[in-house]
Design a protein around this ligand. Structure first.
Ligand code: G
Ligand code: G
Ligand code: MN
Ligand code: NA
Length: 256
């Protein structure tokens, strides 16, 4: 099994699918959107985790065509839900951008092309990037983030707290949302001392005019703690696993 060789063929073989994990407003308990997560169904090997193939895609540059496929598929799906009356203009989809995609020279052109082709409002999508993607080339990152901002596309900082976590850069870049990594959320068990960084991250975000998503919410106890700490949004198995297209559609059909 040659992961690289097979990865090259995976798009034309139509082996990728997107999953959609609900993001919930902790004040209203309403669904505000989904994070899209890619899945590879290999014809012979079955499901292959992105943890296995995204790093290979990054190294080989295949993340660029795969990334465009993901972006177009996610935008097309949201447009379909809008056309079906299942999604209003408030419902958003988050799309992960890896470091290599983020520094790709024609990223902005591609985004413009896809949004125009699908006729999707740029305010309906959000990008998730990691701290390391920004830190790799701060000058370039600032430039790209400004162009994204010009299009009213929101930026979420993914896995916050696990990377460089140099707070000074938060001031220089226009970030809308901090996503608290699930390793921090997992420590919220009701013990005050174990709250760790979660209250700190929430305070920093709010102080700087950003909102916060807690990832990896798995228990009611964690949810209650997050509500008490004034966290804005939550995502995790407690609410829902990443759903395939059919189940995400069913969820929207049954949502008020
Ligand atoms: O959904 P899952 O837990 O299997 O995802 C594992 C990791 O794979 C995520 O933490 C994320 O970093 C990466 N990943 C999943 N989907 C995407 C995607 O669409 N684009 C990129 N760049 N990374 C993704
Ligand atoms: O790096 P990123 O935040 O994009 O990765 C999200 C990953 O976390 C996905 O692989 C997703 O399947 C996984 N995930 C989503 N919800 C939960 C959860 O409640 N608990 C755990 N352990 N993983 C989760
Ligand atoms: Mn993410
Ligand atoms: Na994360």
């Amino acid at each position: 099994f040659q992961i690289e060789t097979d990865l090259r063929k995976a798009i034309s073989l139509n082996e990728f699918r997107l999953n959609y994990q609900p993001i919930i407003d902790l004040k209203t308990n309403k669904l505000i959107g989904f994070e899209t997560l890619v899945r590879w169904f290999h014809t012979n090997r079955g499901l292959i985790s992105p943890i296995e193939f995204i790093p290979v895609a990054e190294e080989t540059g295949l993340i660029i065509p795969i990334g465009y496929w993901i972006l177009e598929e996610a935008c097309q799906q949201l447009k379909t839900w809008q056309n079906q009356g299942l999604a209003d203009e408030e419902l958003t989809i988050n799309i992960n951008l890896s470091a290599r995609q983020f520094s790709q020279i024609d990223l902005i052109d591609q985004i413009d092309k896809i949004l125009k082709k699908i006729d999707l409002d740029s305010r309906s999508i959000k990008f998730e990037i990691t701290e390391s993607a920004i830190m790799e080339n701060q000058q370039k990152a600032q430039n790209i983030l400004e162009q994204i901002r010009d299009r009213d596309i929101q930026i979420c900082l993914d896995d916050f707290g696990t990377g460089y976590s140099s707070l000074s850069y938060l001031d220089c870049f226009s970030i809308d949302t901090l996503k608290i990594d699930k390793s921090f959320t997992g420590r919220l068990d009701g013990t005050f001392e174990k709250r760790g960084l979660v209250p700190v991250i929430i305070n920093i975000a709010h102080h700087m005019g950003m909102n916060v998503v807690a990832e990896g919410v798995e228990t009611e106890e964690q949810l209650n703690q997050l509500k008490e700490l004034d966290c804005d949004f939550g995502q995790g198995y407690f609410f829902a696993k990443p759903l395939d297209k059919e189940n995400a559609t069913k969820l929207l059909e049954s949502s008020p």
